[in-house]
Design a binder for this molecule. Structure first.
Ligand code: GLA
Ligand code: ZN
Length: 672
């Protein structure tokens, strides 16, 4: 999506109102500098009253009115909430949850992605919309469905899971190998024996109260499948539209760090990415900033759309405080600072009834311009009109943090060593160090090209293929700096553990062997010394040995047990030139006091750091500040007051620095 002016607007549901209201709304939108409306997000039941009957008369009027007012449209396909009649006549469209309970009609985001009814009627509606409105040149984008997510465990989904597996593995033997089914008598002889892992099959509640699964490889495949099957439904709608309007960009609205769907895969089928940003009142500013960078990253570091945000309150959070004066502006400009070329709200007018009547809107129930919220929206609108030279720019990052959905799922599914290990928070911990040091950073996936980065940080990369390890070796060999942490390099893509010592394919690069890992309760941390200071070692404490100790152990085993074929396995071949890491930090307590926890290793022209534990924000900040300095990664600004975020975008028009004052310090920025 390449726009000439900031798109400013959001979700508008005129179908809930009468025409006099529409007319007043248009005037108020003009006043507030609104130039975009996202229409038709939830109108399926009205557009298709029955099997063969369609009624676009109201939408026609709305489309006309909006065009006549010279407002751009993101036109949604309305397929995120199914009509009640459809569920009654075609119950296959309803979802079944993990307990096997078939749902009745209700709520939204309620369709089964495998449902033949959904797969017939949703793309058909998309097609009809595209045919009808294709000549509206104010349609700036298509918005498919809405906030895809969830799971369905019905028989149709079960069948599709089996065929997905069959396509992936070819033979049942290969599946048995990949899932290690000789464990607990799980050997499958027929595809029909395979179940979706859920409450009725592989799942159980752990001692710590966490939902866990018994066959990790199967769970991981199910997560992949579920993301794919939802994507398949999205793609049916997308393809139907592309045939008719190939030049109008297509998107669907993503959400925050959203566990269910692998957005990196999804983004491949969008023309630009967009997302709905609803921070809680106590959301960590680093998490919020990272969420923007995550979304920009899945979209290939190109500008994205801030598809939804609340101009004031939400209604669905536990507690929904008002956004303080200036806070909506701050959050909106923060999105822009991280790469958004739009600022869009949910919603333009507060609805009269049902779930979202207490959700903030540009026009609230009082129905007038000039409210506190409206005024701030109006001011921001006029401000954005003066910022158009930023459009299309990118964030010039020299560093990247890896965030990978499959690793998120993998750490979540792991039984042991410590249920409190959390992939997402550890990624945020490292991101926060960049954020607090005012260093622009990209959030990337495993497939991304690393050549533009001086530094890559990949926390808890538990699942990594040998190919990925080779890619990292090349990157470091050529001068890159790489930071890895505890829980790296344990399993391959099938969730099968590497033999011959952790961290599997990274041993030689890191110059170390993790012999064991101690798990700690949160209230009983260990400690370590680094750079003359003591820090906490939390939750996990790797027992790190120099790689040469592993080599020695292999030799000793050969001597004692005989030079068996067993030792010819690639697991026991360690390259002659692989050296030992140097120790930067050691534990201070317990039986492993004095042993390494922070290490570094020179490799080719580059360098690798390994942090064998988790720690506190002050450690991450100091540590990453050192590492970035050594790697030549520069902050966007220095001597910045506490609580102020600095972000930067760059294009042919210049370098744009954003100072975002999260603490309302009213800081004065002096021009350099
Ligand atoms: C989501 C949905 C919207 C609306 C908002 C409310 O983002 O996409 O339809 O429900 O939440 O915050
Ligand atoms: Zn289903």
């Amino acid at each position: 999506m390449r726009v000439k002016e900031f798109l400013y607007g959001g979700d508008y549901n005129p179908e809930q109102w009468s025409e006099e209201v529409w007319e007043a709304d248009m005037k108020m939108f003009k006043k507030a500098h609104i130039n975009e409306l996202t229409l038709n997000v939830f109108s399926w039941a009205a557009l298709q009253p029955s099997e063969d009957e369609y009624d676009f008369s109201k939408l026609d009027k709305i489309m006309e009115l909006v065009r006549a007012n010279d407002i751009k449209v993101m036109l949604a396909t309305s397929t995120a909430a199914t009509p009640p009649w459809m569920a009654k006549r075609h119950p296959d469209i309803l979802r079944t949850d993990g307990n096997g309970m078939k749902r009745k009609y209700g709520a939204r985001h309620n369709f089964c992605p495998s449902s033949p009814t959904m797969r017939k009627y949703a793309p058909l509606l998309a097609q009809k919309l595209a045919e009808r409105y294709k000549d509206y040149d104010n349609i700036i984008a298509w918005h498919i469905g809405n906030e895809y997510g969830g799971e369905c465990h019905c028989d149709n989904c079960q069948k599709n899971f089996r065929s997905w597996l069959q396509k992936k593995y070819g033979t049942i033997d290969e599946l048995n190998r990949a899932w290690n089914t000789s464990f607990w008598s799980h050997t499958y002889y027929d595809w029909d024996e395979i179940q979706i892992p859920d409450e009725r099959s592989e799942n159980f509640i752990s001692e710590g109260g966490k939902k866990i699964t018994q066959v990790q490889g199967q769970f991981l495949d199910y997560k992949r499948f579920n993301s794919d099957i939802m994507l398949e439904e999205y793609r049916l709608e997308r393809d139907a539209i592309k045939k008719i309007t190939p030049d109008i960009p297509i998107t669907t609205n993503f959400m925050w760090f959203f566990y269910d769907l692998n957005y990196r895969e999804w983004a491949k089928y969008t023309d630009f990415v967009s997302w709905d940003c609803y921070p809680h009142y106590d959301t960590d500013p680093a998490e919020l900033a990272m969420a923007h960078d995550l979304i920009r990253g899945v979209g290939g570091q190109k500008p994205f759309a801030l598809m939804e945000s609340s101009p004031s309150v939400t209604n669905w959070q536990h507690i929904n405080p008002l956004k303080r004066p200036g806070q909506m502006t701050l959050y909106s400009l923060e999105a822009v600072a991280h790469g958004a070329d739009t600022v869009q709200f949910f919603q333009m007018r507060r609805s009269k009834g049902a779930a979202e009547a207490m959700h903030g809107a540009v026009i609230e129930h009082v129905g007038l311009a000039g409210t506190r919220v409206f005024d701030e929206v109006e001011k921001l609108g006029s401000r954005l009109e003066k910022m158009n030279e930023i459009l299309g720019s990118t964030v010039p990052s020299e560093a990247a943090v890896v965030f990978d959905w499959e690793n998120w799922w993998s750490i979540d599914a792991l039984q042991g060593p410590n249920e409190l290990l959390d992939y997402k928070s550890e990624c945020i911990n490292y991101y926060r160090a960049f954020f607090e040091n005012h260093i622009p950073v990209d959030v990337i996936g495993l497939e991304d090209d690393l050549s533009k980065y001086k530094l890559v940080v990949a926390p808890m990369l538990f699942m990594a293929s040998k190919d990925y390890a080779e890619k990292i070796k090349d990157y470091v060999r050529n001068g890159g700096t790489y930071v890895a942490t505890a829980m790296t390099g344990y399993v391959d893509k099938n969730y099968l553990f590497y033999q011959g010592g952790y961290p599997g394919p990274f041993k030689e690069l890191f110059g170390l062997w993790v012999e064991e890992q101690d798990a700690l309760a949160p209230e009983a941390p260990n400690h370590f010394e680094w750079n003359g200071q003591e820090y906490e070692a939390q939750l996990i404490c790797d027992q790190i040995r120099p790689l040469s100790e592993l080599k020695k152990l292999i030799e000793q085993n050969k001597k004692e047990l005989g030079d068996l074929a067993y030792f010819k396995s690639p697991a026991y071949q360690i390259s002659e030139e692989a050296g030992d890491m140097t120790v930067d930090g050691t534990y201070t307590d317990d039986f492993y006091k004095g042993s390494p926890v922070i290490t570094e290793n020179a490799f080719g022209k580059g360098r690798v750091y390994y942090i064998g534990t988790q720690s506190t924000p002050d450690f991450y900040k100091s540590f990453m500040s050192e590492v970035t300095k050594k790697a030549g990664v520069k902050p966007a600004a220095e001597n910045v007051e506490e609580g102020v975020e600095v972000a930067v975008r760059e294009n042919e028009n210049g370098r744009f620095l954003f100072y975002l004052d999260h603490k309302n310090n009213r800081v004065e920025i002096k021009k350099a």
